[in-house]
Ligand binder design. Structure first.
Ligand SMILES: *Cc1c(COP(=O)(O)O)cnc(C)c1O
Length: 356
């Protein structure tokens, strides 16, 4: 049976990325060696790294003055790297979920953190608006897509202090005005590559302003100087990222990806709104994520949660259970997910409704 991959992360990658990765494991770039066994200093891999950076800049339309880094440690390491490198006294954080809370907690190790607003009062099912950012904050941190709760900030905010965004789960899902950000970072395993890799898009002139000494591995300037090769980068994951970026380019770029994402999300939200058995958790359409779509059983059908979960599984739906902290259901509709998978899920929801 065809499997439909709705896992939240690690998650679906383009078939192109999988196929090219298999080829690269057999033989990489005509080197006669596998990508798994070649030096990161070899001319073949240096070429791969340079091309991956170039594609990343091209597809996100990154202006000059920014560097693209590929680092180990996942998004979670960026939670401490960002404040270490940017916070002298004070930073402002918008608390929109579990990842945002974790980022905020790490920042507190390095200075005063102002939580400008939080949606915790309603289990993070909306994006707070109308908050004030202290003018003397060294930066303002947002989590643009809240993977666990299914909310998303889909426009690039205008703020008066440098803005930092965790875009782990929505990178390349839409065009981004990079000029509005000081740093954009994320783990690669949602929309780009296998786990073990983080990306960071860093505006160079925001660096070098803190007085604390920085360990080399946690200093963006060291990685910029080393062109992401200060130490051994996650070689295979960078190679896979290059394939995903090639795939995005081949289908027409980020605007095309966004259009498909909006279509997929609309199909699924429409069904959740319509189907008597289900209820969406995020009500305001403007706050709804197009990457992670969350719903629960309607009040009168709570006892059907497990039966629906089993039914969906029997139809090939994988990974639709909600995060362990919230329950219910979550379908991740990342860039690589074909609309056919959404259609199949919707068909299963309709069939289950008809049976009950
Ligand atoms: C998955 C995720 C993370 C954590 O990423 P790791 O690479 O596991 O550290 C952080 N932020 C967001 C928004 C995520 O979706």
């Amino acid at each position: 049976m065809k499997k439909h991959n709705f896992y939240a992360g690690p998650s679906i990658l383009p078939q192109y990325t999988i196929d090219k990765s298999i080829e690269g494991i057999r033989e990489f770039a005509g080197s006669g060696l596998s990508i798994l066994e070649i030096s990161h200093r070899s001319k073949e891999f240096v070429g791969c790294m340079n091309d991956t950076v170039k594609l990343f800049k091209e597809l996100l339309d990154i202006p000059s003055g920014y560097q693209v880094l590929f680092l180990g440690g996942g998004a979670s390491m960026q939670f401490c790297m960002v404040p270490m490198n940017l916070m002298e006294k004070k930073a402002a954080y918008l608390n929109t979920g579990e990842w945002a809370s974790k980022a905020l907690k790490e920042a507190k190790l390095f200075g005063e953190v102002v939580e400008v607003a939080s949606s915790k009062d309603k289990l993070f099912n909306y994006i707070p608006k109308n908050y004030e950012i202290p003018a003397d904050a060294d930066y303002f941190h947002i989590t643009s897509n809240n993977t666990i709760y299914g909310t998303e900030i889909r426009k690039d905010l205008d703020v008066k202090v440098p803005m930092v965004a965790d875009m782990s789960s929505d990178i390349f899902s839409r065009p981004v005005d990079v000029s509005k950000y000081a740093i954009i970072y994320g783990g690669a395993q949602k929309n780009l590559a296998p786990a073990g890799l983080a990306f960071a898009v860093v505006k160079e002139d925001v660096l070098g302003k803190v007085t604390r000494p920085l360990p080399s591995m946690l200093d963006y300037r060291v990685h910029i100087k080393g062109e992401s090769m200060f130490n051994t980068p996650p070689v295979f994951a960078v190679f896979a990222a290059q394939q995903t970026l090639n795939w995005i380019k081949s289908i027409g770029g980020v605007k095309v990806v966004e259009k498909k994402n909006i279509e997929k999300a609309a199909v699924l939200y429409d069904e959740i709104d319509r189907n008597k058995l289900f209820r969406p958790t995020v009500i305001d359409p403007g706050d709804r994520s197009i990457m992670n779509i969350c719903w629960v059983m309607a009040d009168n059908y709570k006892e059907l949660e497990k039966p629906f979960s089993d039914f969906a599984k029997s139809k090939g739906m994988l990974g639709i259970e909600g995060h362990r902290s919230v329950g219910g259901f979550r379908a991740s509709t990342y860039n690589a997910l074909p609309i056919e998978s959404v259609d199949a899920l919707v068909a299963a929801m309709k069939e289950f409704e008809a049976k009950n």
